[in-house]
Design a protein around this ligand. Structure first.
Ligand code: FES
Ligand code: FES
Length: 168
């Protein structure tokens, strides 16, 4: 029997009726059409399907959708502000941190959760957060560089916003 699921996805409240066995990744991709979240291994071992749930990076293939009932989910589609990419997305582009891009949305979402919690991570902290994110075609060094570059960009963005506020 279908059950009601109420979640906020990328800031938008969503109400769905789903089978209890439905995975979060299925809700995101098949019910909501947000295909930026990728599904690769189905065995919780690649992290391509990572999204952010209430601030925490979660593998969406390894959690039932009903387990996140009432919670906030952020997917890669929720990062850009209109035409402006999120600094993490831009840093991944500028640092050549992907090739085929299949793992990238998962890496970016794990980065978002990390930088919200720790705005200035060390190389080792980045490595620990992205441990288990499999990339078959890009060097992990470039991904690590991109994350730390993103941290700098977010910091600079905040400083500019604060100085503009102070000038008013
Ligand atoms: S698809 Fe979820 S961990 Fe691989
Ligand atoms: S960029 Fe191809 S798998 Fe990571």
């Amino acid at each position: 029997m279908k059950q009601q699921l109420n979640i906020v996805v990328n800031g938008e409240p969503r109400e769905l009726f789903i089978e209890p066995k439905t995975l979060l990744v299925q809700v995101i991709r098949e019910h909501l059409g947000l295909t930026g979240t990728h599904q690769a291994c189905d065995s919780s071992s690649c992290a391509a399907c990572t999204v952010v749930v209430d601030g925490m990076a979660v593998k969406s293939c390894s959690i039932l959708a009903l387990q996140v009932n009432g919670r906030e989910v952020l997917t890669v589609e929720g990062l850009a502000q209109g035409p402006n990419l999120h600094p993490i997305q831009q840093a991944f582009i500028d640092n050549w941190a992907f090739q085929c891009g299949f793992c990238t949305s998962g890496q970016i979402m794990a980065t978002k959760a990390l930088l919200d919690e720790n705005p200035d991570p060390t190389r080792e902290e980045v490595q620990a957060q992205l441990d288990g994110h499999l990339c078959r075609c890009t060097g992990y060094n470039m991904i690590n560089e991109a994350v730390r570059d993103a941290a700098k960009r977010i910091k600079a963005q905040k400083e500019t916003a604060n100085s503009e506020k102070g000038a008013k």
